[in-house]
Design a protein around this ligand. Sequence first.
Ligand code: PLP
Length: 369
Amino acid sequence: MQPAIHRPTRAIIDRQAIRNNFLHERQQLTSDKYIFAVVKANAYGHGAVAVAKVLHELQVDGFCVATLDEALELRQNGLQEPILVLGITSVQDVQLAAENDISLTAASLAWLEEAVNNLQQPLKIHLAIDSGMNRLGIRDRLEVIAATEFLLQETNLVAEGIFTHFATADEPDVTYFNSQERKFRELICDVRTTFQYVHCANSATALWHQDVTSNVIRLGISLYGLNPSGTVMKELPYSLHPALSLTSEVSYIKQLPAGQKVGYGATYTTSSDEIIATIPIGYADGWLRRLSGSKIIIDDELCPIVGRICMDQLMVSVGHMVPVGTPVVLIGTQADLSISATDVANYSKTINYEITCNLSDRIPRTYIN
Ligand SMILES: *Cc1c(COP(=O)(O)O)cnc(C)c1O
């Protein structure tokens, strides 16, 4: 998609916030720990290549992505750090990964056996262990041993890492987290080799379970300055700096008398004289219809979105007349008002991750600092 550069709607990404979040995490860790920045899904909407370049300057140890294509995008843009694809890659594509020195996740012995037939050179592998998330990974102790033996025996497979993923690291109740942690240790205790990377820490684990053994932190959401738990776990070892703001401008404004309908379905009726502003952002930009009724900032005022959000535009009720071109903040701060991605998520009953990931390619990303 062509970003709409001739429209005032922008996602502004503060690189300094990302640096701060990364360096704060770095300071928590002993020097034997690695940080792999998770830049999947276009760095949670922040722009994968731009974010990766910021972290490259800070000597990040590696990157995690979801797909082989995301990994290739980083390689094509000159990033040379280790890259791990966290999802399952088709066995047809393993040689392409090997040629580009991209590490792949193996979640079964069967996958490894098929993959090796398609390799003409060594491929780095991280074995995924399922300790209770039940998304992907080996669940059986004997299969973990067999897969490791297979890695050691095949010259085109390199045993680089072994890892698991927690389902509840962002929750106050640690029962399930502890059971997963125990399960991970049990499943890997009999393997006959030492992996360079043994890891289980996403952002939430890094923030609230610092005693867990993991020599890699797969740092995702907190890199972008968002709390993995939303508003559940308020205590943080260091403050997070949100990197993304979403801004626009008033594109049209008028005063309506009482009794006028606004938007598709004519669902909103002005109750008295009301000033209605139109803002050029809509659900095709990722500002979903379920955000109808939520507030955005215009000229130091929180203004409710009235009527249904359209594909490309939305309407708000403003307390006083402002000129066309007046700045609008949908996520971020203006004077003493602010709206966070977490506020937006809470309003629409989802998580902050989904809010930034949803911002579509039509919104240009602007980088500051
Ligand atoms: C997405 C992902 C992460 C990053 O999670 P955050 O909560 O954003 O830190 C880490 N590990 C795996 C396996 C993931 O899929």
